[in-house]
Design a protein around this ligand. Sequence first.
Ligand code: R5P
Length: 300
Amino acid sequence: MGKILIVGPSSQLLGVRIAKLLNIDVITTETKKFPDGENYLRLNIDDESIIEGNDVIIIHTTGASVKENQNARIMELLMMISSVKRMNAKSIAVVVPYLAYARQDKIFRPGESKFANVIVRILDSFGIDKFYTVDVHAPETLNEFSIPAKNLDPMPLLASYIKSMGLKDPVVIAPDKGAVARSERFAEHIGNEIKVHYFSKERDVRTGEVEMFADVDLAGKDAVIADDIIATGGTMANAIKIAKKCGANKIIAVGTHALLLENASYRILNAGADEIIGTDSIESPVSKVSLAELIAKELK
Ligand code: R5P
């Protein structure tokens, strides 16, 4: 009896990278959509008994992409879990590098649902044994799980990438309050004396429009702006414009989960960023840092 890695359709590259590090075989999936829009997923296996009694790991990120939206990704994840449960896996560890809906962790307006917690409760109710995610929007959300749930920190990996870029006099910028702890860890991993600057952000809860304020001297500095998610690119573009105004030299936009919806990449580069760096939590041309090592270490 051993470990089996099921690589969901949204995490194929990352899944294969992890499998190589763990030296284990991979099971892939077959997916399609029914004419009414319902999702279909089956594990690519001929004999269900290969699952029975084994420790199964499922990796499947739930970010929206051009191929599927996040709701479909969640359905696919639940289908994979329920299949291996039915086939009597000995244990099920679920790795969701980007957890969709995690940003809906607070009530901003009357009548809203705290859906981040609901997603966690749904996953918990499927009888999984362990849960891993990466740089989740608000780590407290994971407290809703009744099983061990871990939020993995990609900052050391992102920091080594930044260090390899040979930036001049770098500083880290936290584009909002939520990014402060992450940016401080990031700066520590880049180097002892790296300063963190804090920008303040206000988002209109109705329109989603972002306003940002800062008054710092960045003359001659290379600025690394670090956020958990880059979605529309609005937060990043605002922070970049302000960093430019404050005199920053090079500007690097770093997002653990670079969803880069619609014209986000254009907005960010047009605002003055020199480079966008993301991880393979979301597969895209900016996935320059792989999470494979971080995740494989946990699963060993
Ligand atoms: C919000 O609190 C998050 O940490 C990110 O700043 C936000 O999700 C980025 O979204 P967007 O790219 O649409 O501004």
